[in-house]
Design a protein around this ligand. Sequence first.
Ligand SMILES: Cc1cc2nc3c(=O)[nH]c(=O)nc-3n(C[C@H](O)[C@H](O)[C@H](O)COP(=O)(O)OP(=O)(O)OC[C@H]3O[C@@H](n4cnc5c(N)ncnc54)[C@H](O)[C@@H]3O)c2cc1C
Length: 459
Amino acid sequence: MENSIAFERATTLERTTFRSIREGREHTVMILGGSYAAIQIAHRLLKYARMYVQNLKVVMVWWSRILGSSMTSVSALATLQFPNPSFFEAVMRPSREAPALTRQQNTHLYWNMASVRAIIPGQTKDDDLFGNIARGFAQYATDSFVHIIGSVEGVDPNTKTVWIDYAPRHSLEVEIERGGGTGAVERHELKYDHLILCTGTRSTDPDMPWKNLGSTDETREQLHITQRKVEKAKHIVVAGGGATGVEVAAELAFEYAKASGDKRKEIVLATRGAHVLSGDSMSSKVEKELAKLGVKLMTNSTVEGKEFKDNKTYLTLRNGKTIETDLLLPTTGLIPNSEYLPERYKNSQGYVTVDEYFRVVGAPSVWAVGDIVSIPRASFVHTEKHATGVALNVENALRKKDPVRVKSMAVDPLAIALGRKRGAGRAGKVSLPSYAVYWAKGRNLGMSRMPSYLNGAPW
Ligand SMILES: Cc1cc2nc3c(=O)[nH]c(=O)nc-3n(C[C@H](O)[C@H](O)[C@H](O)COP(=O)(O)OP(=O)(O)OC[C@H]3O[C@@H](n4cnc5c(N)ncnc54)[C@H](O)[C@@H]3O)c2cc1C
């Protein structure tokens, strides 16, 4: 698998880094992913496990869109013989409206929980949504932390090997300032002692900026494109009555549904079932709040088809109706980013199966946490809680101690922001007052936590 010619092209720094990882001179913990779970675990290991484990090296690998999004680049993929070309076709499908990108590095944490508000022009600043990951790790000894902006292409738990595609960078300093490499893509084969899978999920619709799109530039660009579309539209259909759909519809309605004059827009929320939030105990309360905001709710209205004609979008619903709109914002569904892992470690939907210690079933020394396991569901609060337990278990493994059962939240909380003034929520079965949800979440959708998340202060 290893391409020695390509390897020779790497800089001295990279050669040293890759060689030491390949030769297993350190205790190498490799973390795949560059989002909430991965960042927390990396900080915890560097702060605590390194006190006990000599020569601990934490290697974080997070995604970069390795080639441009133009058609030429996508067709060039075929010649590279990726193990799973269909994955690339799915995630690298060029957006019809996005220009071809020339920079493809994924350098920043995307605070995607605020994307529901960020699609409204003027409501958020890019700097509050995107935070440079590498800078937060500059505090640790350079021999203890390595980050590789590359795409994980394969994992073999039997031989403890990870294959990544990677564009070499010039120096770590350049990487921190500018992002990853700009050279040709190379395939590298790396060895680990312990591996933690935190590669999460992506949105079903690759044009929607609800989650990281593969590179910081592309995510930011797609967000701006969506903002421009929102600004132009007079009639918007949000498809999907889950938490994201409800929050998006509420944010849009708060800003536009009751505005006067030219600013006013009609906001429709189309749901598959008879109620939003799949009939959760909060559904009817949330539906009343949406009505107050001016959202037009269309239940039993799964959007099945979309046709673009004369500057209008025509949506076909499963119930036979057609809606004419200016803009469709689909919020339906997530896909696990687990294509690099052999099928036997996943369930039928592609989520990774773990035991009570969050070890991947049947894969020694491999853990998985966050959306890629989605236990009990895809959620930041569960991810954050479980990541704490996984960091401890990896530290235990490094110190030859037994693992401990990973603790979950005592109750499953659900908090929904309903525009910029109200919210609805429950902790288990106990309902939470609107102002409490607004205060805890709706005020700034957690964005104020980003700086400390990046520099590891909470842990
Ligand atoms: C619009 C929206 C709003 C939300 N709001 C809330 C909320 O208010 N509260 C809440 O609790 N939850 C919320 N969530 C859920 C929350 O966003 C997720 O649970 C959280 O993002 C999970 O984090 P993660 O670290 O597991 O992975 P993700 O955030 O999915 O990140 C995965 C990381 O892995 C990288 N990656 C993927 N594939 C590869 C690869 N092959 N090679 C290398 N790197 C790779 C990606 O680039 C990314 O860095 C929301 C979700 C959405 C979509």
